[in-house]
Ligand binder design. Structure first.
Ligand code: ZN
Length: 351
């Protein structure tokens, strides 16, 4: 049996217009590239068609009044936020993505690993922004809570912090939300500092890891070893929902994290190996990325998650980073990690 991969041709309608950095053509392009360039890898996947999420599912996360507002806005091509216009068909496509991520999460519990296009993590209970209409990651987690699970890890590796997902579960200790993202002082959404650790009963269950610009893969390794993996051992999740696309790549046009394709693959491979070693099902969702090499980054993600080693390359060279800058980035990262561990110490004895 193949690895479940959720995909629908109607994902193409998740699109924000011709001059927008998020183009709906990315999904079909990825499937085509994968099938043509790496047919043996494509053959490992079991392509499954998702069902659109109905209001009942969306309402596990979103207020009914918000859903009604979104529907009304789409009718007049209105804006959810300055960067997110609702065009005809975008709600149906968003419902499909939510349905896909939820189905993938349930499938992963059965098979150990499932994949799909997802990660609309900037939509919160009563708002949508940052190209995100409904939060598929949060709905998938909420659906599993409703199914009776009570230890879910959401591991968000998107370059942008997952403010929507954070807001949904900010007081909920059943969902450990860990976000690795570019320093919010330098990137949208400007949230996710190391001292934001959750609220009320959820204190300690929100973990923000703000990475300095031009971190590169070795600083991500450090964050995994010092923060993420110890938390996985201590929390013992019943499932890991990982989300995030190719926007940590050095070629991304909106961000500055400086990861190579190999860095991105290694990050995913290490997460997948950790999940396997801990016997935790993994659902892997990607969808973000901006500029000309979005799908190349997705291929790197898939390569890492599946433990494959096929060749990938980018035509643009990465900017040279002088050794003194590298040393400074490492100092800043180590200081951030120390500060974060101190913030988490009241809630986690491992720190
Ligand atoms: Zn992003």
């Amino acid at each position: 049996m193949g690895i479940p991969f959720f995909y629908h041709t109607d994902f193409a309608s998740y699109d924000f217009g011709p001059s927008h950095p998020f183009q709906g053509s990315r999904f079909d392009r990825f499937m085509q590239e994968l099938a043509e360039r790496f047919p043996a890898v494509f053959a490992r996947l079991d392509i499954m068609q998702p069902q659109p999420a109905g209001n009942e599912l969306l309402e596990l996360v979103h207020d009914r009044s918000y859903i009604d507002r979104v529907i009304a806005l789409e009718k007049r091509r209105g804006y959810l936020s300055v960067d997110t216009q609702l065009l005809p068909g975008s709600i149906d496509a968003a419902r499909l993505i939510v349905g896909a991520s939820t189905a993938a999460a349930r499938e992963a519990l059965r098979t150990g690993l499932a994949l799909g296009f997802g990660g609309l993590h900037h939509a919160g209970p009563d708002y949508g922004e940052g190209f995100c209409i409904f939060n598929d990651v949060a709905v998938a987690a909420a659906a599993l809570l409703k199914d009776g699970k009570d230890r879910i890890l959401i591991l968000d590796t998107d370059a942008h912090q997952g403010n929507g997902t954070m807001d949904v579960f900010i007081e909920d200790p059943r969902v450990l939300f860990i976000s690795l993202h570019q320093d919010p002082r330098t990137l949208y959404p400007g949230r996710g500092y190391a001292d934001e650790v959750g609220e009320g009963a959820g204190k300690g269950y929100t973990v923000n890891i703000p990475m300095p610009t031009l971190s590169g893969g070795s600083m991500y390794d450090l964050a995994l070893d010092e923060i993420v993996f110890p938390l996985i051992d201590a929390f013992k999740p019943e499932i890991i929902i990982r989300n995030g696309g190719s926007d940590p790549l050095y070629t991304d046009t909106l961000t500055n994290l400086g990861l190579t394709l190999d860095d991105l693959s290694r990050l995913m491979r290490r997460i997948a190996e950790k999940a396997k070693a801990a016997n935790v099902p993994l659902v892997d969702l990607f969808l973000s990325g901006y500029g000309p090499y979005v799908t190349e980054g997705w291929l790197a993600i898939l390569r890492g998650t599946l433990g494959e080693s096929f060749e990938l390359s980018l035509p643009e060279q990465m900017k040279f980073i002088p050794p003194e800058d590298r040393a400074r980035i490492e100092r800043v990262t180590r200081a951030m990690i120390e500060y974060l561990r101190a913030n988490l110490r009241p809630y986690w004895s491992i720190f």
